[in-house]
Write a protein that binds this ligand. Sequence first.
Ligand code: PEP
Ligand code: MN
Length: 262
Amino acid sequence: MGTEEYRLIEKDYITVIAGPCAIESEDQLDSIAKIVKESGLNFLRGGAYKPRSSPYTFQGLEEKGLRLLGKIGKKYGLKTVTEVTDADTVEKVAEYADILQIGTRNMSNFALLKKVSKVIHPSGRKVILKRGWASTIKEWLLAVEYLTAGGKNAEVVLCERGIRTFEPYTRFTLDLSAVPVIKKLSKLPIIIDPSHATGQSDLVIPMSRAAIAVGADGLIVEVHNKPEKALCDGQQSLNKAQLEEMIKQVRFIADFFGKKIK
Ligand code: PEP
Ligand code: MN
């Protein structure tokens, strides 16, 4: 694919990216993409390379997952988001996906950031840079500069996904104050990941409402056709009805800002 005309984040819209934690099979991704499309959304997420905290859990379908993401994204006319986990596979990921995600565990992997910078500028790929769970806002903004070092044209979007605190009840602590702080310190767009932040599907809707109320430009949420059967992060994944409910509620808050959901 050549340079793309679309923007992930647009002034009059709240962007909602949805999809499974991990791509598990063609059937699974197809069913979830259908849910995402039928909900009126345009961006499909799905992990092919999974940087799991435990080496004993599902590590992702890797290249096969990338091929499925490319195929299903085209089938439903959805732009695709997937994580890049190491410098050696950046080109391969950019071959199949429209938007490259840098995960929390890699925000300070400067070799990876430099490689991503080299690939996004000629290819027109976009990047979502998640905040390291123990990184300050200043460190996060400096990490962005590795990505923009090759030129200022690539679209770089920040994602707050929760930081480590002493509170174990939620998986992480969602730092919603990062949104107005980022808006004060930079012109960068910022989205919220309420799925990884809370780790619990019933907390995703209230935190999504709050994210939009505080001024976030969008959301990235985990959705599964059968959350109870998911190979990864099922406990925090929304099903079809929950995704629809989330969009309905978030639309009320977006209305306040005169924004539509896309
Ligand atoms: C993900 O979005 O699939 C993911 C692993 O998120 P994080 O890097 O925020 O843990
Ligand atoms: Mn996940």
